[in-house]
Ligand binder design. Sequence first.
Ligand SMILES: *Cc1c(COP(=O)(O)O)cnc(C)c1O
Length: 391
Amino acid sequence: MEYVSDMIRNLPPYLFSEIQKKREKLEARGTDVIDLGIGAPDLPTPDFIIKRMINEAQKPENHRYPIYSGIDEFKEAVTHFYDKRYGVTLDPKTEVLALIGSKEGISHLMQALLNPGDHVLVPDPGYPVYTTSVHLAGGKSVPLPLDPTNGFTPLYDQVSLSDKEKARFMLLNYPGNPTAATVSLETFREGVAFARENEMVLANDAAYDLVTFSGYKSPSVLQVPDAKDVAIEFGSLSKSFSMTGWRIGYLVGNENVIRALATLKSNLDSGQFIPIQKAGATALQSNLETVTAYSRIYEERMEALYKGLHDLGICVDKPKGTIFVWAQVPSGFTSAEFANLLLEEAGVVVTPGNAFGAGGEGYFRIALSVPKERLEEALERLRKLSWEGDK
Ligand SMILES: *Cc1c(COP(=O)(O)O)cnc(C)c1O
């Protein structure tokens, strides 16, 4: 008797489970494993957000089902944030939707937009949730190659005519996971033009919009004139406010797309707990001081790691944002081989680039979600390793 659907059985294999098994074996032998594979902040949620949550959780009127699309205070806070940060005007009633984390929104949006067999352009390398959510919605994901020689911007001319015709939806992700790529508004302008020309919806996943370094300010796709005709943007409080476990995010932009997802969600979930939405509103309305302080911590870690890798002869672009460094594996190794070497010989977990799509082969991703001392320790272990080529 088979209890799972073909859809679940045919999900792509979880690439990290192999690494996990090896890691457990090493730890059983007493190795101190440094895990640089985790793509989530290690810093705590700022206190002022927790305080609001506690306060609101004590009020009985907040214990009920919320309004499906999100409470007014949260949607107005998102509107306020977009106006202040990007100079983008949104209607909180029709152009903002509260999400139970952006991953939930991304995955459900596929179901709200796709008919069976519809194509979706997905950045390659990219966040694995994109391809799995297309699969779960019965669509077909088509890799949108990114140009490693040009800051991992999309290579639209490598998308075939037929894929362009069949695609209803395309995703971008800047600042990007896993590449840590950041872009100028011009990249979004090209994306909006491409989506318009080929009659598809364009979504930017802005999960790292506020995690940026040395004065760089990430643009919003909605800053492109008339972007709302075709574009939407996913936002998340997970990374910028260290709120991964709270499950709060939002979708903004094109009102037809927002309505489609709101309709689906009203049949699926009943929205996020009201105190969490209120705490999220407080975060977005804040002066972003803690975000700046946290970004500085990631930047310091990044600087230490960047210098260390550079000294080891590993090629890496210095990122202007995100909690990742995307580095090239030394010649003579595949991504998987090199990640394996680091784990087995140095007790350091990194994520092999091919876990993010074929375009990630030749790279590995290092997360900045451990204290600087741990990164220094990892670098020290790498120095003691020997591999072919210069060090
Ligand atoms: C972490 C991450 C998300 C998920 O964020 P949640 O709001 O916690 O679901 C979405 N996109 C990218 C690229 C991420 O790295």
